[in-house]
Design a protein around this ligand. Structure first.
Ligand code: MG
Length: 388
């Protein structure tokens, strides 16, 4: 390796961003942080800037920027908004961009990172859910490597090295089942945000934790896996695995099944993406097979968790349907957290938006973003009609 790998992070103050910086800080000779983009948490961004001395940082808007501008270390430039995030994503010195913003806002800077030829460590699911074909075509034509950070996709990526993509019979994504796996569906109308925010195995941000509770997270991951690995939806299955130790599996045509296991710690897949194709000697607690036994698997309950079914339906519809699904779900989760929508109404809202927003082929980023905006408008209207 010629000197440290230079890293830019989109979403540096979120859960993935903080874990990425934790991994980087353990290997200062291998990585250098050149640019960081955050949202509203500028006090943490400032701390990160002082510690890692990037050339560029970016936050959501000017008002937030004013709070930290005077305290930034000399040599750290400060930008804001969409332009700032894109500047981080395309920073001329960056070799690898970690895409870890939450939600649809991550799409544009991630797309620009690919267009700039940066190796991508991808944690932002929405990029491939909304614009999978566009982004993958762009990456292929530029020879850009996309390394998955999501634990399931990292697992599949690792398992795939045991065979050829043409030899794959099935991808099996595991799902923890979330906090309501065993709760009767009739009680879902009373679920509070506090309950839904308690994930049994993973420490994550609010949006993805709610998505895990509805299984929409797994639905988005199925769509992501379809585009990332170019495997048709009918060969992608989900199994509920409450222990979150087997992160996913690949079955090959000869019946061999390769699984990737490990403690549920995001630093492991993050480190793999950062250092690929090498593995870093992470000093983290190791997997104790006996302590985590037994490992169990069950079918997902699609009646209880309709979001997973809706994601398969959106993928089958194709075009901008997954972008519509995603936008409707983002609005639904926000409304649920704000007390404007019940937990059991999240899939109801998503299903109605999917049925009411026309699907277009999604051949350009503009078309995808238009579908996203239209879906949000429809979702807000439907929320006003639903009774909490
Ligand atoms: Mg995941």
């Amino acid at each position: 390796m010629n000197g440290p790998r230079k890293i830019a992070i989109l979403g540096s103050t979120g859960s993935i961003g903080r874990n990425t910086l934790d991994v980087i800080s353990r290997f200062p000779e291998r990585f250098e942080v050149v640019a960081l983009a955050a949202g509203e948490n500028v006090s943490l961004l400032l701390e990160q800037a002082k510690r890692f001395r990037p050339r560029l940082v970016s936050c959501k808007n000017e008002a937030l920027a004013e709070r930290i501008r005077a305290e930034l270390p000399p040599g750290t430039e400060l930008l804001t908004g969409k332009e700032g995030a894109v500047a981080v994503a395309t920073h001329p010195e960056a070799d690898l961009v970690v895409s870890a913003m939450v939600g649809a806002v991550g799409l544009l800077p991630t797309y620009e990172a690919v267009r700039a030829g940066k190796t991508l460590a991808l944690a932002n699911k929405e990029t491939l859910v909304m614009a999978g074909r566009l982004v993958m075509n762009e990456a292929r034509s530029r020879g850009v490597k996309i390394l998955p950070v999501d634990s399931e996709h990292s697992a599949i990526f690792q398992c795939l090295s045991a065979g050829r993509i043409s030899e794959v019979a099935r991808l099996i994504l595991t799902a923890s089942g979330g906090p309501f796996r065993t709760r009767p569906a009739e009680e879902f109308r009373h679920v509070t945000p506090e309950e839904a925010l308690k994930h049994p195995n993973w420490q994550m941000g609010a949006k993805i934790t709610i998505d895990s509770a509805t299984l929409m997270n797994k639905g988005l991951e199925v769509i992501e896996a379809h585009f990332l690995f170019d495997v048709p939806a009918e060969k992608i299955e989900v199994k509920v695995h409450p222990q979150s130790i087997v992160h996913s599996l690949v079955e090959f045509v000869d019946g061999s099944v390769i699984a990737q296991l490990g403690p549920p710690d995001m630093r492991i897949p993050i480190a793999y993406a950062l250092s690929y194709p090498e593995r870093l000697p992470l000093r983290l607690p190791r997997l104790d097979l006996v302590a985590v036994s037994p490992l169990t698997f069950e079918e997902p309950d699609l009646e209880k968790f309709p979001c997973l079914r809706l994601a398969y339906e959106a993928l089958a519809k194709g075009g901008t349907a997954p972008a519509v699904l995603n936008a409707a779900n983002e609005v639904a989760v926000e409304a649920f957290l704000a007390g404007r929508l019940r937990f059991d109404q999240i899939p109801v809202l998503v299903e109605r938006v999917l049925a009411s927003v026309p699907v277009s082929p999604g051949d350009s980023l503009e078309e995808v973003i238009e579908a996203d905006i239209l879906a949000r408008i429809h979702a807000e209207k439907i929320i006003d009609q639903l009774e909490v």
